[in-house]
Design a protein around this ligand. Sequence first.
Ligand code: AHR
Length: 528
Amino acid sequence: MTKSGWALGARRLAIGAAAMLGMMAVSATALAQSAIKADITVQADKPGATINPEIYGQFAEHLGRSIYEGLWVGPDSPIPNTRGLRNDVVEALRRMKVPVLRWPGGCFADEYDWRDGIGPRDKRPVRVNTTWGGVGENNAFGTHEFFDLVEMLGTKAYVSGNLGTGTPREMAQWIEYMTAEGNSTLAQERRKNGRDKPWKLDYFGIGNETWGCGGNMKPEYSADLHRRYVTFVRKAGGKETMEFASGANDKDVNFTEVMMRDAGKFMDGLTLHYYTLPTGDWKKKGAATQFDEGEWISTLSRTLEMDHIIQAHAAVMDKYDPEKKVGLIVDEWGTWYDVEPGTNPGFLYQQNTLRDAVVGAVNFHIFQAHADRVRMANIAQMVNVLQSMILTDKERMLLTPTYHVFEMFNVHQGATYIPVSIKAPEYAYGDFKVPSVHAGASRDAAGKLHLTLANLDPNRPASVSAKLEGVSARKVEGRILTAPAMNSHNSFAKPDVVKPVAFNGAKVKGDTVTIDLPAKSVVVLELR
Ligand code: AHR
């Protein structure tokens, strides 16, 4: 991606996400426990924008056991590592494909002094991580260690700067330290600390959650502060670095309105955070594994809100930026449950079930349907925090259902968005109703069509008929992720309860693909 702007796909999306999810009410009693019927049209003759790989982005904050133990064990650890970064975790993440990694926060970023994390490790100061558990932060993982990880993963770097407690000078100097070619004192200091060439800083975030932990600002003040800091960031920068402004939470479209109105010309991206809580109540969010069908459907219903939230913010952005130069950057999303019993409440450690995999699939489809505006999304977070890809217990590691859905869906990264219209009955339980079948499609550079589907109904299979328009296929292959129970999950004792296997339930005949989609499942199909 060059600094000249976001690479938009050849054509803008022709069809809104809402229109693509047309639903047909069917009485649940009439269908009993038989398979529901769903009709899908894959509109390959109406291709949309390029799906930025960064939609499948990650986030790692100095929080709980995310960095320390999850990624960094130090060079002297008995846990196999390369320059302190644990080999098992890095290998798994490479297989999954990480297109971009955001660091060091989150709330942590607005108290972080980058100078604490450079130079000899035994001389780095220990600070108190005031936001996350009040624990000691020894700064063993800093700028050099982050970029070592970035280069090992072959990913892009997204660094969040300190707007809350730092000065524009400190921010600009960090950027100079990372990106300067010449012989300035900061470039020389970087070389003395072991890195000759500058790093490629792809994205730089100016602050985080300015409306909350980043300073409790009003949007007008936040916009002014962004304008001030970005002036010096741009002078220091990295011609190839794109700058993001800290944006809205949830449904707060006024925040987006003011940021776009007052500072829209001074940013490449504007951020948005939205978390999925089963209950919608921050005081009692719901448990990660101990939940019933009521919390299964409420979680899915609340995660589907992402579509409306993006639509609302995108509509405001369209008003000030009809050419879509500014990307909407959903740089925190995912499920947020009550912490696992007995763990530090400040560490945000939670288990991860089949429900999280379905949440992942639904959100990917939504982001892809908005690929013309949503240029990046970073799930919170990569290891051991909130909706993680990986959990560790000292030397042990497991892959979560969320990891598997990221890995299955990586075929969409960089592909062209293909609209999909769906007619499926609703799945209803208690006060909630959601579409039973959710789907997305793309065509990759080699011309292969990928269709991904999720059955949100935990009880009934779906008999899906997918009509292909503007594309033909003779062969279909696929993989499926499902498990016996809604709350099936991988544990250190049983790490393979939820994992993808080959799927033989799809057949292609003429212009139609028929798919027997089991209850509570996620499927990826490749059509050739
Ligand atoms: O992801 C955990 C925290 O959630 C982040 O630090 C913060 O930005 C958000 O409130």
